[in-house]
Design a protein around this ligand. Structure first.
Ligand SMILES: CC(C)(COP(=O)(O)OP(=O)(O)OC[C@H]1O[C@@H](n2cnc3c(N)ncnc32)[C@H](O)[C@@H]1OP(=O)(O)O)[C@@H](O)C(=O)NCCC(=O)NCCS
Length: 382
């Protein structure tokens, strides 16, 4: 006997929340962040302005901006236990997202309330402020270097690069990273954001919600694609090898990392913003040869994907240019997904604030497809 009804695998097309945080128009290839078209805001706002906008639905006044920056700057340090965990993780060469998740858990030590929902305002500032400290420290530890303490005289993006490389970055480098962080700060009800909202809907706290979201972001189908996308460009090495390389991969049933998207059926608008940022950045330095090769490889992959899945319109997604930009900034591949989290945590938290205002727990249904009335056989008779 079965009560199977149609299952919407992947929840495609299911509307599970009303949000003012961002809007993804997959057919037109448009992303709106709290009222602003992505291409208007990402290259212009500081990351602090972006986070404020996401959390409050409007850009900050000068006073609000100064106060918010001061709050974030004061919260950049992480507990010594977090450094101990990061060192232990680096010794075992753990995945950088596991290290980020473990260290983020220590932020609960700073809890000042015994309410199960915590203090969301305080948790949000802590999470946003400390993610760069954790991600940079772990990246350095993995390379056998000592972590660099945060500086209070640098903006969020510049301070992240400073902690990563122990050198104050140029304005162009800081801008390149800032545009990246803004670009990935929110993107509709993606898997990690949905995860955060589910956890928040149980009246749990924002640290728990963000840690759940980190787990979802780790997967290669979500935030883990830029590393493999970059590997592909390196493995191809020169454009004459691109066609054969891509055809072989597709014939083996493999996916081209950095291409295809659940929602976009045209080019991902974030890829456009990032490719402009990358072009600007590579014009003034970085591995220009590699950048030019990647642009040529992109054209070949799109053509071959169209032959492979005609009409499916598999186009470049955010991860491809993420890989190029972050590589250009000198970040090592293991730091790519944590850097995505440094940006996306602003959006997760905006959704946590929004979800907290809803009083309804998220609880979908499932269709049972197992057996009924199975007789019990005691262990000794099995
Ligand atoms: C992002 C992604 C998971 C979207 O998945 P989705 O909406 O479920 O797409 P589907 O799995 O329905 O894809 C439709 C078809 O195109 C194929 N396809 C999708 N993306 C592909 C890719 N990057 N390379 C090769 N084939 C791809 C699928 O195999 C599928 O084929 P099938 O119908 O024979 O099963 C998928 O495009 C992907 O795996 N991309 C590579 C990973 C990546 O870049 N992730 C970052 C996303 S921002």
């Amino acid at each position: 006997m079965s009560n199977a009804t149609e299952v919407n695998a992947g929840l495609e097309g299911v509307v599970a929340a009303a949000t003012r945080v961002s809007h993804v128009d997959g057919l037109a290839g448009k992303l709106v962040i709290s009222g602003y078209p992505l291409e208007t805001i990402a290259p212009n706002a500081t990351f602090e302005e972006m986070a404020w906008l996401l959390w409050h639905g409007k850009v900050p006044s000068q006073k609000e901006y100064a106060d918010f920056k001061a709050q974030l700057t004061a919260a950049r340090d992480i507990p010594s236990l977090a450094y101990d965990l990061l060192r232990a993780a680096a010794e075992k060469k753990l995945h950088a997202m596991d290290a980020l998740r473990m260290a983020a858990g220590t932020l609960s030590l700073q809890n000042t309330t015994d309410s199960p929902g915590g203090d969301i305002e305080r948790d949000a500032v802590l999470l946003l402020a400390t993610f760069p400290t954790i991600a940079a420290a772990y990246s350095r530890l993995l390379e056998g270097k000592q972590p660099v303490a945060p500086r209070s005289d640098l903006g969020h993006a510049a301070n992240y690069l400073y902690m990563m490389f122990d050198e104050v970055p140029s304005a162009e480098r800081a801008r390149g990273l800032e545009t990246y962080l803004n670009t990935v700060s929110d993107h509709g009800l993606n898997a990690s954001t949905f995860t955060a909202r589910v956890i928040m809907s149980t009246q749990s706290d924002a640290i728990s919600a963000v840690i759940g979201a980190l787990g979802a972001l780790k997967g290669p189908l979500h935030g883990g694609a830029p590393g493999p996308a970059l590997d592909m460009v390196f493995e191809i090495g020169e454009i004459s090898r691109a066609e054969g390389y891509v055809k072989d991969k597709l014939a083996r049933g493999e996916r081209m990392m950095g291409f295809g998207h659940r929602v976009y059926k045209v080019r991902d608008p974030r890829a456009d913003v990032l490719s402009k940022a990358a072009a600007q950045f590579f014009a003034s330095g970085g591995d220009k040869k590699m950048y030019d090769l990647a642009c040529q490889v992109e054209t070949v992959v799109i053509r071959l994907l169209e032959e492979h899945k005609p009409g499916r319109k598999l186009q470049t997604n955010v991860e491809y240019y993420t890989a190029l930009l972050l590589h250009g900034l000198g970040l090592a591949v293991p730091a790519f997904t944590p850097t995505f989290a440094v940006g996306r945590v602003a959006g997760w938290l905006a959704h946590c604030f929004e979800q907290k205002r809803e009083s309804r727990i998220i609880r979908p249904s499932s269709t049972y497809v197992g057996e009924y009335d199975t007789p019990w056989v005691p262990l000794e008779k099995r």
